[in-house]
Design a protein around this ligand. Structure first.
Ligand code: ATP
Ligand code: MG
Length: 432
């Protein structure tokens, strides 16, 4: 027997009925993004490796060990390109914005949805192919756009029925403020070198801020006592942060200040935030983002401020499940019972007209290996299992009169009625 093929470790098939939850979530997002005037952007899944090295930062988990990178086949000059499956989408959005000069007439509000790839240890809420939905506002400097993005996320939770979250915010200030803090932080960490784990020791001089982000429980006291970045911020940075907090307060979005929130990517400044939940174990961050005013310029574009977030679709759906929210029913409105295969051309014609009129209809089709269309009894069993509210019976007697029988399957008992095939539009409304 041939070897049975399976999906790659950490990469999931999304099957019905679960896929219905995904479509529902995506629909809610599209409708909400439209109301906030964010427009869709779709970038390639494959990019040049250097795009991510330059944007995400060399000394980050993602670039150090999580990227799926490979060398492409050489072209006719013998040059092979280094390519990477995108681990996140902000870098690509920034690349596309400068490549196509999207900001030539002012700021742009964009959103995306799609798969991302990181070679992490698979576990609940952490996969190697996972999906993000993200919103990015490019070319706007004010805290009102930070607030708008956070309000957008909060509105999304409301429309999805997600209640078990809290919002943590912090300000990373500006590069010169971070440099002052960094010197003090390194001095502090050097004084406590005994308490650092191996990873922290490695990052001590390359990326000490990230040490504050450690999940190692034995280092928590040490990082709690470290110099706080917020104490190094100047008046302008603090004013930006205060304005954001005031706008969140005015809109009833509760937040907590987390001075240790630094985010995993290097490119952030000023506002950073995370929506977290306690109900998903250690994979509790459902959405994260912040300001990245220097990234666009750093990536070779014309300098422009920016702010954005990304949410983890798997984690949001898992949290909804955890809260007991039921998936929406996806039953067809009607099920077509077809006793005789000879009627099929006419049946298809009628179903086409119903679908054009907005009715969802499932047609009976015999299972592989069975003979003929199957008995009426077995077809009615299937009709019932489909969850349809009506059966459409295309029997010989009905067809001879130019009609189809409409039989209610659910709800209060009702008589079966005959409806004319020539006037589908007139009775289709009853099925919708
Ligand atoms: P974490 O701290 O959980 O590793 P992160 O800081 O690496 O998250 P981001 O790069 O900010 O995550 O991505 C935004 C969101 O995408 C996260 O908050 C999370 O919901 C989701 N996410 C990130 N990595 C994964 C993954 N491997 N599997 C599933 N979801 C993920
Ligand atoms: Mg991570």
């Amino acid at each position: 027997m041939a070897e049975k093929l399976t999906a790659v470790k950490g990469m999931n098939d999304i099957l019905p009925p679960e896929s219905a939850r995904w479509e529902w979530l995506e629909d809610v997002v599209r409708s909400l993004m439209a109301r906030y005037a964010y427009r869709n952007i779709r970038t390639p899944i494959l990019e040049h490796t250097r795009l991510f090295v330059r944007s995400i930062g060399e000394v980050t988990d993602i670039v150090e060990k999580e990227m799926y990178s490979f060398e492409d086949r050489a072209d006719k000059h013998g040059d092979a390109e280094h390519l990477t499956l995108r681990p996140e989408n902000t870098a690509s959005v920034v690349r596309a914005a400068s490549e196509h000069n999207l900001l030539y007439d002012g700021g742009k509000r964009l959103y995306y949805m799609g798969p991302m790839f990181r070679r992490e240890r698979p576990q609940r809420g952490r996969y190697r192919q996972f999906h993000q939905i993200g919103a990015e506002a490019l070319g706007f400097a004010g805290p009102e756009v930070d607030a708008e993005l956070i309000l957008l996320a909060a509105a999304l939770w409301r429309e999805l029925g997600l209640s078990d979250w809290r919002l943590e915010i912090n300000s990373l200030g500006q590069p010169e403020e971070r440099a002052q803090h960094r010197a003090q932080l390194i001095a502090y960490l050097e004084r406590h070198a005994d308490g650092l784990d191996e990873e922290a020791r490695r990052r001590l001089h390359s990326n000490p801020l990230r040490i504050l982000d450690t999940k190692n429980p034995t280092m928590q006291d040490l990082v709690n006592g470290a110099p706080r970045l917020i104490d190094f911020l100047g008046a302008a940075s603090l004013a930006h942060f205060d304005a954001l907090k005031a706008m969140l307060d005015a809109n009833g979005v509760p937040w907590t200040f987390n001075p240790r929130l630094v985010r995993g990517l290097d490119y952030y400044n000023l506002s950073v935030f995370e929506f977290v939940t306690d109900r998903l174990g250690s994979q509790g961050t459902i959405c994260a983002g912040g300001r990245y005013d220097y990234l666009i310029g750093q990536m070779g574009g014309k300098a422009a401020p920016a702010v954005g977030w990304a949410l983890g679709v798997e984690r949001v759906l898992e949290l909804l499940k955890e809260q007991g929210s039921q998936p929406s029913e996806l039953a067809p409105a009607a099920f077509a019972v077809v006793p005789d295969a000879q009627a099929l051309p006419q049946v298809l014609q009628c179903l086409q007209a119903l679908r054009a009129a907005g009715v969802s209809v499932q047609m009976h089709a015999p299972a592989a290996g069975s003979e003929g269309m199957g008995s009426m009894k077995s077809q009615f069993k299937r009709a019932d299992a489909s969850g349809a509210r009506f059966a459409l019976i295309f029997g010989q007697a009905e067809l001879a009169q130019g009609c189809v029988a409409l039989k209610p399957l659910r709800g209060a008992p009702q008589e079966q009625v005959l409806e004319p095939l020539s006037q589908v539009e007139q009775w289709a409304a009853r099925l919708r």
